[in-house]
Design a protein around this ligand. Structure first.
Ligand code: ATP
Ligand code: MG
Ligand code: MG
Ligand code: MG
Length: 566
């Protein structure tokens, strides 16, 4: 492979910034913008500048190598997709507001692919005719499009983002288990090579459907997932996968809410007793369905409601669910009310003239109990069923061994699914079996958030000075800094050329008119693992080699430095 030419900072299309972007909430967003890796083009839509593109390409390369190693074949399918296959599986509607839908000039319906199960199923249907053509694993590294409700958090949650998605096709269940195991092992290698700290957690299948599913979660405060980890055994699960146990209750046996003692005695336990469900320390929320439709989720008043989470779980049934803020702006949306459960609030809203007559008014439970006076189930609205929702909390017993669980925030960097025959059934994917009869194919789907991994790495590795990349993903191996005048610049460029000739990727800060102090600060912000400074002792041919992560520095002759780095 040809050596990469020295990238001079004087010519680099990237300006570092002193201040955090005003809209940035998380560290990776702040640092990737400030260090000149990415720029925001629109909400949740990002441009990658040269340094960012290099890191992204490194992640892509690692993912590609490990996918190729398990025999997966790379393809590239379109991102602009026709509606029909998504109608066949029901996802044109089910995907809800996250799906970007558009029309062509003739009025035909299209979408921007959020994930590609349908299209891969059809590809294999077209290409494979016999069991001999299977098993097969196909993958692509491609932009995905999801109209995320709140695209905050920068690169972590884009509306356009880069994903590696792969799909396995087998005739037997054991084959699927094998394809799944191959992916699981490949993901372990990928994330280890990336230098990410991660846990494999039991997960729910969500919009994908299917049976077994696991997530690769990278612990980080900026993460939007919470996982429970057992300090005693190997149990680890996204709290989503263990927190919401839906237990339908026969409506006939449900008392009118006003019969529930209030306000002196009611507690979660009294409510649970009335509903005939198991009360536990973790029974936190009440979910109510009316006419088969979830219209409200009662949420404890003393806890902030993560509406994204709630909506993600119950979408699309809860599209009409509103928060207090929505209520003020869009009273026409109100079918139920989610928010503080205090009686005073209820009375206020019920009395509000903006609430359309006939609006179903649902209430929930909180720590202090029901606040349900005014409102009678079965009289004021039809109750189909009550369902209790269990939320796992820190210290709750591990389902395996009973030890108190630890909860942590994490970023979902990968997700693997055994889909089974859901998509093959919908799109009639069969191959001829050994006995000459058609066999329905069973599938898996597997995703890595390639662009998200860049941000997750930034979150996990950055320090108070800036980014701090692991060697394999860094935008360069060495950042050479010319700290001084012409003499230093000359030496810096000379050393850079030698390092480049030895096969290293070199970034050289040869900018004129920029002070050494600013260059040092920038080198720390940019986060290349090794920093080589041509400074005070350049005339003697002495440079300083600094380890970005440990901060350790050492004065060396040019030859020693080159020998050390190559
Ligand atoms: P999330 O729970 O964060 O919304 P998801 O469960 O919807 O993610 P999947 O459908 O499992 O995502 O997609 C596979 C992978 O794609 C995820 O594990 C994640 O790494 C990545 N990913 C998903 N949504 C985004 C996004 N909006 N921006 C960047 N990466 C994403
Ligand atoms: Mg999502
Ligand atoms: Mg998820
Ligand atoms: Mg997922």
């Amino acid at each position: 492979m040809a050596n990469a030419p020295v990238q001079r900072m004087s010519q680099l299309m990237a300006k570092t910034l002193r201040d955090d972007p005003a809209d940035a909430e998380v560290l990776s967003h702040k640092l990737l913008v400030r260090a000149g890796y990415v720029r925001r083009t629109a909400a949740g839509i990002w441009s990658w500048l040269p340094l960012g593109k290099r890191v992204l390409a490194n992640v892509e390369r690692i993912v590609r190598e490990e996918m190729d190693a398990i025999g997966a074949q790379e393809v590239l399918l379109p991102a602009l997709l026709p509606r029909e296959p998504y109608d066949a599986t029901g996802r044109w509607d089910e995907y809800g507001q996250e799906l970007f839908r558009l029309k062509d000039r003739k009025g035909g319906d299209y979408l921007l692919g959020p994930t590609h199960e349908e299209i891969f199923t059809l590809l294999v249907k077209d290409q494979a005719s016999s069991y001999k053509d299977l098993p097969v694993i196909l993958y692509q590294i491609q932009h995905k499009y999801r109209d995320e409700a709140r695209p905050r958090a920068g690169i972590l949650r884009g509306r356009e983002f880069l994903m590696k998605d792969s799909y396995s096709f087998d005739t037997e269940d054991e084959g699927l288990a094998q394809s799944y195991a191959l992916h699981r092992a490949a993901y372990q290698k990928i994330f280890a090579r990336l230098g990410l700290d991660y846990r494999i957690c039991a997960a729910t299948a969500g919009a994908m459907g299917g049976s077994k599913s696991e997530e690769f979660l990278a612990p980080a405060g900026a993460g939007e997932d919470t996982f429970a980890d057992c300090p005693n055994c190997d149990f680890a699960a996204n709290t989503e996968a263990i927190s919401y146990e839906l237990k339908p209750v026969d409506a006939a046996g449900v008392p009118a809410l006003e019969e529930i003692p209030t306000p002196d005695t009611p507690t979660i336990e009294t409510l649970a007793a009335h509903l005939g469900v198991q009360a536990s320390a973790t029974l936190k929320n009440l979910l109510v369905k009316v006419d088969g439709e979830i219209v409200a989720v009662g949420v404890p008043g003393d806890r902030e409601v993560d509406m994204d989470k709630v909506e993600a779980h119950f979408a699309p049934a809860v599209v009409e669910m509103v928060t207090e803020a929505d209520f003020a702006e869009r009273p026409d949306l109100v079918r139920g009310y989610v928010g503080p459960q205090g009686l005073g609030e209820k009375v206020k809203y019920l009395a509000d003239p903006r609430v359309a007559p006939g609006t179903s008014w649902i209430t929930g439970a909180n720590k202090e109990g029901m606040h349900a006076k005014n409102v009678v189930a079965g009289r004021d609205f039809e109750v189909d069923q009550y369902v209790d929702v269990v939320v796992v909390q820190e210290g709750d017993p591990c389902p395996n061994c009973g030890t108190g669980l630890k909860l942590d925030r994490a970023i979902e960097i990968g997700h693997i699914f055994q889909l089974g025959r859901k998509y093959a059934d919908a799109l009639k994917l069969d191959v001829l079996g050994q006995n000459g009869k058609p066999v329905r194919v069973t599938m898996g789907s597997y995703g890595v958030g390639v662009s998200r991994a860049v941000a997750a790495l930034a979150e996990q590795t950055a320090d108070d000075k800036g980014l701090c990349w692991p060697a394999e993903v860094a935008p360069a191996d060495v950042h050479v800094v010319a700290a001084g005048k012409a003499l230093q610049t000359e030496l810096a460029l000379d050393v850079s050329e030698k390092l480049s000739a030895a096969g290293l990727r070199v970034l050289c800060d040869d900018r004129a008119g920029v002070s050494p102090g600013v260059k040092f600060t920038d080198s720390e912000l940019i986060g290349v693992p090794q920093i080589l400074v041509a400074g005070r002792r350049a005339a003697e041919g002495v440079v300083e080699l600094k380890d970005r992560k440990t901060g350790e520095r050492e004065e060396l002759t040019v030859d020693e430095a080159i020998a050390r780095l190559t």
